[in-house]
Design a protein around this ligand. Structure first.
Ligand code: ADP
Ligand code: MG
Length: 349
């Protein structure tokens, strides 16, 4: 970690030196990466299958708050959210480009920490940083990332392939990232009222980790391959289970039924929901940023995924043109709506 007093203004460096300082320790490890940073464009040579490309931005004040997000975590998360989109197509990420918009508020040390987070994610996921762009911003920090991935053509999974009676499956558990954000927002307001009070974060490691250092489920893409299951449709959960289910439904043209009692929620998250007076089902349905995978499978594949601790069947696909419904614990039918992340946290849109 850089010390607080270390501040090297970017104006001292010039663009070339800055890019070199930030990227000189990145190496190319993917066979498809022919040329990385340093020329006008990178060169890739696709090895097999088809190429997946996806872009996503993180904007200060909209997607993150530097009062409680460390720059290393921010760099890591900016990578992960993009890798997650590649996973959602049933592919694996291979290369990434990073466009960064910065103002003179930020010094070299801070940017180096962001790039340490980027490097950590590239190492964990075996992804090559092959380029990007560095520009001035007058409106805070801006990270715009493009991820490239690869998958066999017959394996690629779109949102549109769900069929009647297919099972709805989710990886991991839901609601953790949203509760992590609640804790951070609470501690921020406590701190603003009395800067002498130290943040109370102990015991909430799971929720905080889900918010600050999410992971992309490349392990689920590998698992599905091993189990010989190709989902009929898939999406990653960035905005909440409810809105992602509606996306699968809209793209496929079928209705979906989810069972409240089946939605996987970690015990520590249940406890936090009680503490914050929130309904855990609402948090799982509408809280975002868990980056789990939501997918449908042919019921004949059920035996292959049955009992796997990483996967939970939470519902099924209903009739053509049908609606999306939640079947509650007391057997009521509630329509799913697209509240998503937006309405429970106005800062995110
Ligand atoms: P150009 O002027 O041709 O756009 P740049 O000077 O912007 O070239 O970039 C030089 C090299 O550094 C290119 O390979 C580019 O992809 C890479 N690069 C620039 N900014 C970044 C960044 N923020 N992160 C990673 N690579 C970068
Ligand atoms: Mg450029």
């Amino acid at each position: 970690m850089a010390k607080k007093e270390d501040f090297t203004p970017l104006s001292k460096l010039g663009e070339f030196k800055l890019i070199e300082e930030l990227t000189s320790n990145f190496t190319l490890n993917q066979g498809s990466s022919i040329l990385g940073i340093g020329d006008d464009a990178a060169i890739l040579e696709p090895l097999t299958g088809q190429t997946l490309i996806s872009a996503d931005s993180l904007v200060e004040g909209v997607h993150f708050d530097l009062t409680y997000v460390a720059p290393g975590h921010l760099g890591y998360k900016a990578m992960v959210v993009n890798f997650s989109d590649i996973c959602a197509m049933n592919g694996l990420p291979t290369q990434v480009l990073v466009n960064i918009g910065i103002s003179n508020r930020f010094g070299l040390e801070f940017l180096k920490e962001i790039y340490a987070g980027i490097k950590a994610a590239c190492d964990v996921y075996d992804v090559d940083l092959i380029g990007g762009d560095t520009v001035s911003s007058y409106s805070g920090l801006n990270l715009s990332v493009t991820a490239i991935g690869q998958a066999d053509a017959q394996k690629i999974t779109k949102r549109s392939g769900a069929q009647e009676n297919h099972l709805v499956v989710v990886s991991g558990d839901l609601g953790g990232a949203y509760m992590g954000l609640q804790i951070l927002e609470r501690e921020k307001s406590v701190f603003q009222e009395n800067p002498d009070i130290q943040p109370e974060l102990k015991g909430n490691e799971y929720a905080l980790g889900r918010q600050l250092k999410p992971e992309a489920r490349t392990d689920i893409v590998d698992l599905l391959e091993k189990l010989e299951v190709i989902p009929s449709s898939m999406i990653d959960i960035s905005d909440g289970l409810s809105s992602e289910t509606l996306h699968l439904s809209q793209s496929s043209g079928y209705g979906f039924a989810l069972y409240e009692e089946k939605i996987p929620i970690d015990p520590t998250i249940y406890k936090l929901c009680e503490e914050f007076n929130l309904t855990s089902t609402t948090v799982a349905l509408n809280g975002g940023e868990d980056y789990e995978l939501l997918f449908t499978i042919d019921p004949k594949d059920y035996d292959k995924i049955k009992g796997n601790p990483n996967l939970t069947v939470i519902g099924h696909v209903t009739e053509k043109g049908g609606e999306c419904k939640l079947i509650t614990r007391d057997n009521k039918l509630l329509p799913l709506n697209a509240q998503g992340w937006n309405s429970i946290n106005e800062k995110n849109y």
